[in-house]
Write a protein that binds this ligand. Structure first.
Ligand SMILES: *Cc1c(COP(=O)(O)O)cnc(C)c1O
Length: 503
């Protein structure tokens, strides 16, 4: 290899050569500056339409794999103009649509180490210390959630954790009922009689998992929710008895601790009692509400979670970690045996070191555990509690503002940090007009880049939703946002009236 080629290569890989370290520092700085400019921009969104963004990208990057390398300064300038400028800025307080948090700085620092170390969590000989960090992180998390004999593994998020919970529940049930090993034998002959119970407000990943697990979406039996959007126990018991009579095998009760729309927490205690009585696996999807465990003020809302056979926790929601960062916990370590498999080239049975691949659906896997690990070290428990309590308090504040303003009808009293409401103006609109106005308000805020809020349907009527996951949001932000919603509502209803008068 020529010296010049060697020097060039040195710059592309991280080594201990001076050139490499200099290049690393320089490129990382440029990336940081690009990010800073996006954050400093302080608008939730540019409002650009998909087609315009595509055109902008095509003009800045006419060739996806150019023959000649681009100068890095120019590259970052273009990234700033084409990507940074048109990204949803989750750092902005008026970005309040989804369960999508502003990432905290310790998590961002961890990302630098995670990608730079580039260890992989599947086998000990690809990770070393990282495996131990993940394991002690999981042990700590199990203690936090009251599972002293438990175990866990990091996942890509709630979707994967829910799939794992339902999969282990299925394997466990088939073994218990028919001594049937699904891992080896596939689905049992009675497969169409296996049923999953969850509330009608559970996350859509339950249906998705049922499909992936070969049970089909029809295996999911939705239980009614009550006035507070929590699982109705009376309906649950009726459904369980009906299923028994029909010769069906409900095998898992899937609880949600924090539903996507209303942040409702199912009655975990009562549900856990039902699982014992009817011999069901108890899974708790705490993707959203799991953060409450960090607060003295609110953690009682999760009472009963310690009875779960498995739990879903998302760190990229109320734990403010960069995506992706989730965890799956089980009450009994041995539950992971249902999914364990061996590969001679990866984790042979005679290995006496921890190989985490046996607990995961992934093989090559990121060292995401470092994000919560670093964040728990750098932020004390009291401060965690303050951050999460503040996040929940904001929803209470938004709710009381909505309630005292005649132009709005709040749809529920917030339990976590979502607030669902409807713009009703002076109350003289038809339901359809209100639907139209609420949709318009959300679209205009997004298209003007003013705010990103969500739209959802409650009883088939269009509603607006704030998902407040930014503890830095201020009361005056909320006031301003509500003011703007009213202004847009008034303007749009005026336009509508003009149009009707003309026709
Ligand atoms: C977000 C969420 C999920 C899905 O989690 P991902 O991390 O997006 O995969 C599942 N259940 C609930 C209740 C959620 O809030």
């Amino acid at each position: 290899m020529t010296t010049s080629l060697q020097t060039a290569f040195d710059r592309y890989f991280l080594t201990n050569s001076k050139e490499s370290l200099k290049e690393y520092q320089s490129v990382m700085n440029q990336a940081m500056e690009t990010l800073k400019s996006v954050v400093l921009e302080q608008t939730p969104f540019s409002g650009a339409k998909p087609q315009l963004i595509k055109k902008t990208l095509q003009s800045h990057f006419p060739n996806v794999h150019p023959d000649e390398a681009m100068n890095s300064e120019l590259l970052f300038q273009r990234l700033k103009a084409a990507v940074g400028k048109h990204s949803i800025s989750v750092h902005h307080p008026s970005c309040a649509a989804h369960l999508h948090c502003p990432p905290m700085v310790p998590g961002l620092a961890a990302e630098v180490l995670i990608s730079g170390l580039n260890v992989s969590m599947d086998s000990w000989d690809q990770s070393g210390a990282a495996t131990m960090v993940e394991q002690i992180m999981m042990d700590g998390l199990c203690r936090l959630f009251g599972l002293p004999e438990g175990d866990g593994v990091m996942t890509s998020g709630g979707t994967q954790s829910n799939l794992m919970g339902l999969m282990l529940a299925r394997e466990h049930a088939c073994m218990k009922l028919w001594n049937w090993d699904v891992k080896k034998q596939g689905l049992p002959p009675e497969q169409h009689r296996l049923k999953i119970l969850c509330s009608d407000a559970a996350h859509f990943s339950v249906q998705q998992s049922a499909a992936v697990l070969g049970l089909g979406e029809d295996a999911v039996v939705p239980v009614k929710t009550n006035h507070a959007h929590k699982m109705c126990m009376k309906d649950l018991v009726e459904k369980l008895q009906e299923m028994r009579t029909a010769g069906e095998y409900p095998f898992v009760l899937f609880a949600t601790a924090g539903t996507t729309d209303f942040g409702a927490i199912d009655p975990l205690m009562e549900m856990s009692r039902a699982t014992k009585k009817y011999g069901l696996w108890f899974h708790v999807d705490a993707a959203y509400g799991g953060g409450l465990i960090m607060t003295e003020l609110h953690k009682h809302k999760l009472n009963g979670i310690e009875e779960a056979d498995s739990i879903t926790v998302d760190f990229h929601k109320m734990f403010y970690q960069p995506i992706s960062c989730g965890a799956f916990l089980v009450k009994e370590r041995s539950s992971f045996a249902y999914m364990k498999r061996h590969a001679d080239y990866l984790n042979p049975e005679e290995d006496d070191v921890p190989n985490l691949v046996g607990k995961s659906l992934q093989t090559t896997r990121r060292f995401d555990a470092l994000k919560p690990f670093l964040s728990f070290q750098l932020i004390g428990k009291n401060e965690w509690s303050d951050i999460i309590c503040r996040t929940l308090y904001l929803a209470k504040e938004a709710y009381s503002m909505l309630k005292s303003d005649g132009a709005f009808t709040p749809v529920h009293e917030p339990e976590l940090s979502t607030v669902v409401f409807r713009y009703t103006g002076e109350g003289r609109f038809s339901n359809e007009t209100e639907d139209f106005l609420n949709s318009r308000i959300r679209d205009r805020l997004l298209n003007d880049g003013e705010a990103v809020i969500a739209r959802t349907k409650v009883n088939n009527r269009v509603c607006l939703k704030f998902t407040l996951l930014n503890p830095l949001l201020k009361t005056n932000h909320l006031m301003h946002l509500l003011q703007r919603i009213k202004e847009i509502g008034r303007y749009e209803s005026g336009r509508l009236k003009d149009e009707q008068n003309r026709s």
